[in-house]
Write a protein that binds this ligand. Structure first.
Ligand code: ADP
Ligand code: MG
Length: 334
């Protein structure tokens, strides 16, 4: 079998504290595999380490970050590359949609000019005219109506949904093999969200690219992702095929996320199935990081950190996964 498109192994990212105190880990021992032609969802609450993991792939973390572990793109180790070599990968082999939509587009340039620029960064041989033509093709690819006219407009003349399509067009400018989309629909309403998901799925089918879809919303991955990883406090706590995980979540945190999905149940109180808040990065608990919030907690969970292990078709980091998976009741009944 050929190497997976993206294989992250035992990735740890630590940040030095400002006054040179001991470093803390934002991401700990993360394993993540993405195949060509599939959407892989990365799901977790704010602060769980999703963006740090993806920025580590791009080597776009700040100077204060230290990376350990392996990140392979198509069998090539990215952590060993120089800045110069990495610049050839970013935007060319990996397209990236940043979490902050305000930084993605330059308000002073037309949308067409900046997509053309994205083409020319990696293809110096492409002349300006061809790059603009390519920008129009890319706007067409992401289903922006009237792309010739739209290319000459500025970002503020686009609606939120259209702007996100333009950002996706820019990420696709050099036909990447891998597209990383960090919360691409957070600022958009649900109808537009669904349309952007449909667009990503269409790109996956037509271009056979692998897509990492980062989101805090499990509902967003449900329709479009084939496999997923659930992150909590800097670690992957559960991963598997979306169908398997949705049929029987094995981690109490995943179970809580699923119960919180509004369409699962009309009752409003379910919206906060998981009591408490995720731990701050500087004070992550001993043992299982989820134990202070977990209704299934036993003594062992306080002292011994569970590692990912296979249980049926799923990999899960929970001492009580078998019991959680078999429990048909809700988290609040547990
Ligand atoms: N440059 C940085 N310096 C120090 N800490 C950071 C930096 N970037 C992120 N962090 C911390 O790492 C943790 C994970 O952040 P992040 O990956 O952005 O979470 P998510 O994307 O899942 O919301 C957070 O506690 C965040 O404060
Ligand atoms: Mg983030």
């Amino acid at each position: 079998m050929s190497a997976p498109l993206l294989a992250i192994r035992d990735l740890t990212v630590s940040f030095a504290t400002r006054r040179g105190g001991h470093a803390f880990q934002a991401v700990s021992g993360v394993d993540l595999t993405v195949q060509s032609g599939e959407v892989h969802g990365v799901v977790g609450e704010s602060g769980s380490g999703k963006s740090v993991t993806m920025l580590a792939v791009m080597q776009l973390l700040s100077q204060s970050a230290t990376i350990a572990g392996s990140i392979m793109l198509d069998g090539q180790e990215l952590t060993a590359l120089s800045d110069r070599q990495m610049r050839k990968i970013r935007g060319a082999r990996i397209g990236y949609i940043f979490q902050d939509p305000m930084t993605a587009l330059n308000p002073l340039l037309t949308v067409g000019e900046q997509i053309a620029e994205a083409v020319r960064i990696h293809r110096g041989d492409v002349g300006h005219k061809h790059a603009v033509a390519r920008a129009i093709d890319l706007l067409r690819l992401v289903a922006i109506p009237n792309p010739e006219k739209r290319a000459n407009q500025y970002p503020h003349e686009f609606s939120g949904g259209m702007r996100q399509r333009a950002v996706i067009a820019m990420a696709m400018a050099n036909e990447p093999d891998l597209l990383i989309a960090d919360e691409p629909t957070t600022a958009l309403d649900v109808t537009i969200q669904a349309q952007i998901m449909e667009l990503l799925d269409q790109l996956r089918r037509e271009k056979n690219i692998g897509i990492v879809l980062v989101t805090h919303d499990l509902g967003v991955v449900a329709g479009v992702a084939k496999s997923l990883s659930i992150m909590y406090a800097g670690r992957v706590v559960e991963r598997g095929l979306v169908d398997d995980v949705f049929a029987a979540p094995h981690h109490p945190y995943t179970k809580g996320l699923l119960e919180s999905l509004p369409q699962m149940d009309e009752r409003v109180e379910r919206l906060s199935a998981i009591a408490g808040a995720p731990p701050p990065i500087s004070a992550r608990p001993s043992g299982c990081p989820f134990h202070p919030r977990c209704p299934y907690v036993i003594e062992r969970c306080r002292s011994e950190r569970p590692v990912l292990r296979p249980v049926g078709p799923i990999d899960v980091a929970c001492h009580r996964a078998e019991i959680v998976a078999a429990d048909k009741g809700t988290l609040q009944d547990a």
